[in-house]
Design a binder for this molecule. Structure first.
Ligand SMILES: Cc1ncc(COP(=O)(O)O)c(C=O)c1O
Length: 384
C-alpha cells in the first residue's frame, strides 16, 4: 500500500458491532476481566486502549516500524525515551533542536545524573571528539529547529550503531511523509503529534515508533510504569489527522517553498533558512533524504535589528503570533523569546539562534495571501 492509502486504512478497522467506517472512541478506563489474572488485550486504559491502539498502529505503519506508542504530549514521548537511560550515562544531542528538548536534557535528565553534550550535527566528524564511553543516546532533529539544519541521518545512525549507541530522531518537522528515519537505520522516532500528525491545532500528543520489538517492549514498559499516555479523544483526533497528513504536508511544503523564494528576493531580508533553497548548505543532502519536498517550516532574518523583528511578528494577520507549528493555520514566532526561550542565552548565541530570527510555520492558506500578509508586515516593520 502507498503512504496515503495506509494512512486511511491501517489502524482504522470497521466497527464489528455496528459496521461504522470510523472506529468508535473508547472512553472506558477499565475492562471486565474474563478471569482473575488472565492476560487479555485490554484490562486498564493506561496499559492499553483501543482508540489509542488504532493511532499507534497507523503511525507505526507510516514510519515503517513494528510498534508505535502514543503519549500525552511530544515531551512525554521524549521523556520516555530518556527514561531508558541510567544514572551516569550520557546523551549526544544536536545544537539545533526544540527548546523544550534542550530543557528536558539539560535541566531534567541532569537530575538523574545523565550528562548531555551538544554537537553541531551538520559535521558528523565532531561526534568523535564528543563521544564518551558512557554515551548511550544520539539525539537528532532534521530539519533542525529553528535553523533548519540538515543532518545525515543514515551516516549518524551508522556511526552510533558501531558504538552501541541508540539513535533517536525527532521527526516532527519532516514527518514520515518526507523522511522515514527507521529506514535509514535510526532506532527510535519521536513525534510531537500536536504538530503535523494532528494538523489542526486541536490536540496535544506525542508518539514513539521503533523497528525492534524488544526496544518497543522496553519503551512500553516505561510508558506504562510512568503513565504519560494519549487520551482517547486526542487519539481519535490524531488518527483523523493522519488520514490527510500526506496531502497537507505536500501542499504546505509547496507554499513554504514559494514563500522562501519570495523572501530571498526581498531587499529587507538578510537571510532565509530553508533546505529547499539551492543556497542552503544542506540542500543536496535534503534532496536525497527528504521525499520530494523540503517541509513547511522556514526561518529568516530581516536586515535590521530586534525592533524590526518584534514589529514584524506583531504585524502579520494571517500568520498568527503563536508557538507550535504544523497545523493548517500559518504561525509566526520569534524563537529566542518563544520556542527556544528555554535554551540558556549563552547557548542560543553560541549555536546561532539570533534574537532577530523569525520562524514561520506555513499552513494551508493560499500562498498568494500568505505572501501578501508578509509583504505588508515587512513594510509595517520599517515604519517608525
Ligand atoms: C520538534 C518538536 N519536538 C517536540 C516538541 C514537544 O511537543 P509537545 O509540545 O507536544 O510536548 C515540539 C513542540 O513544539 C517540537 O517542536
Amino acid at each position: 500500500m502507498q503512504f496515503r492509502t495506509k494512512a486511511i486504512h491501517v489502524g482504522n478497522p470497521t466497527d464489528p458491532v455496528t459496521g461504522a467506517v470510523v472506529p468508535p472512541i473508547h472512553v472506558a478506563s477499565t475492562y471486565v476481566m474474563e478471569e482473575a489474572g488472565k492476560e487479555q488485550p485490554y484490562d486498564y486504559s493506561r496499559s492499553g486502549n483501543p482508540t489509542r491502539h488504532n493511532f499507534e498502529t497507523t503511525i507505526a505503519a507510516l514510519e515503517g516500524g513494528c510498534r508505535g506508542l502514543a503519549f500525552a504530549s511530544g515531551m512525554a514521548a521524549s521523556h520516555c525515551v530518556t527514561m531508558i537511560l541510567e544514572a551516569g550515562q550520557h546523551i549526544l544531542a544536536g545544537t539545533d533542536i526544540y527548546g523544550g528538548t534542550y530543557r528536558l536534557l539539560h535541566k531534567i535528565c541532569s537530575r538523574s545524573h545523565i550528562g548531555v553534550s551538544m554537537v553541531e550535527m551538520t559535521d558528523l566528524s565532531r561526534l568523535d571528539a564528543a563521544v564518551r564511553p558512557e554515551t548511550k543516546l544520539l539525539w537528532l532533529e532534521s530539519p533542525g529547529n529553528p535553523l533548519l539544519s540538515i543532518t545525515d541521518l543514515q551516516a549518524a545512525a551508522a556511526w552510533a550503531k558501531q558504538r552501541n549507541i541508540l539513535t533517536v530522531v525527532d521527526n516532527t518537522f519532516a514527518t514520515p511523509v518526507l523522511t522515514r528515519p527507521l529506514e535509514l537505520g535510526v532506532d527510535i522516532v519521536v513525534h510531537s503529534a500536536t504538530k503535523y500528525l494532528g494538523g489542526h491545532s486541536d490536540l496535544l500528543g506525542g508518539a514513539i515508533v521503533v523497528a525492534d520489538p524488544d526496544l518497543g517492549q522496553r519503551l512500553y514498559y516505561t510508558q506504562n510504569a510512568t503513565g504519560g499516555v494519549m487520551s482517547p479523544w486526542d487519539s481519535f483526533l490524531a488518527s483523523r489527522g493522519l488520514k490527510t497528513l500526506e496531502l497537507r504536508v505536500r501542499e504546505q511544503s509547496r507554499s513554504a517553498h514559494a514563500i522562501a523564494n519570495y523572501l530571498t528576493q526581498h531587499p529587507r531580508v538578510r537571510r532565509v533558512l530553508y533546505p529547499g533553497l539551492p543556497t542552503h548548505p544542506g540542500h543536496e543532502l535534503a534532496t536525497r533524504q527528504m521525499d520530494g519536498a523540503y517541509g513547511a517550516m522556514l526561518s529568516f532574518e530581516l536586515d535590521g535589528d530586534i525592533t524590526q523583528t518584534k514589529r514584524l511578528v506583531q504585524s502579520t494577520h494571517l500568520f498568527r503570533l503563536a508557538v507550535s507549528l504544523g497545523a493548517v493555520e500559518s504561525l509566526i514566532e520569534q524563537p529566542a523569546t518563544m520556542s527556544h526561550a528555554s535554551y540558556d542565552a549563552a547557548d542560543r548565541a553560541k549555536f546561532g539562534i539570533a534574537d532577530s530570527l523569525v520562524r514561520l510555520s506555513v499552513g494551508l492558506e493560499h500562498p498568494t495571501d500568505l505572501i501578501a500578509d508578509l509583504e505588508a508586515a515587512i513594510t509595517a516593520a520599517y515604519q517608525a
